[in-house]
Design a protein around this ligand. Sequence first.
Ligand code: F6P
Ligand code: MN
Length: 313
Amino acid sequence: MKILSFLNEFSKDQNLNNVILKLCSSAIKISKSIHDDDYEIEKTSLNEDGDVQKPLDIFSDKTLLDKLRIPEVAAYCSEEQKGIVNLDENGNFIVLTDPLDGSSNIEANVSIGTIFSIIPKNGKCVNEAIFQNGNKQACAGFFVFGPRTTLFLTYKNGTHSFFLNNKSNTFELLQKNISIPEYTSEYAINSSYRRFWHKNVLNYIENCLKGKDGPRKKDFNMRWVGSLVADASRIFTRGGIFLYPDDKRKKNKDGRLRLTYEANPISLLVEQAGGKATNGKEDILNLTINDIHQRTPLIFGSKEEVDTFLNTE
Ligand code: F6P
Ligand code: MN
């Protein structure tokens, strides 16, 4: 089933559908560029927050912004832009995006992707609509540019996946109503930061490492791609837990990932697929946005495993 038919049948907001379709056409353009172009890998700069910016980050950001100049979109916020970009004041939607997540992996030919979150204005002004919590999102999703180009999408009626049919140049339904398995024995964490971890993270991972002989009474497997979209894609496919907690490093006291561009959209998709997402204290979707670039600890995945993490002292 083509995405257009899917949206027409299941998502009743035509204006929202138009925004989703523009995001799809942006992703097709970005995906082609990643696959076909001889881009300048080495040339890097720094974005507003000091993160390394590559030509493909800038290209992806520009592609999205250009495509989203439609009457439905009131404003655009991106990890690659300093502030809010106001577009059509009569539009009802604000799009927030990480245009190219995992771009440090480009040279290694590892999966990267575009993450997006769509907030409705519903009569509010742009700022008022943005500075609420993640539960106010109308829609969220991410594209993965991997062996296949895929899309994970929710408009708060389940989480669904699509793949890009390169012959017809359209997204087609892969799986309707994805359900993240409740139980798992696979975790994902960058363990090179072990010496900075807080006690609960240290104890949780120690318990996993003890395997069958420890309190968890089962052996665990570990996976860490280093692209949030790729790690999330795996968890939607076969379950697991992802942890990017805050730690004792000064620059990581509020975690590393972005609330608006990464944690909120991933968490809405996770909850809509029956999983759980937390910052270690509260559900991600209950956190108020105070700054469009703010960071947060992020732990998400199979529900029972996230609860086990939360119950570890
Ligand atoms: O966008 C940030 C990001 O690249 C994520 O895609 C990924 O999960 C994380 O950073 C990896 O961080 P680290 O390099 O610290 O393992
Ligand atoms: Mn990212």
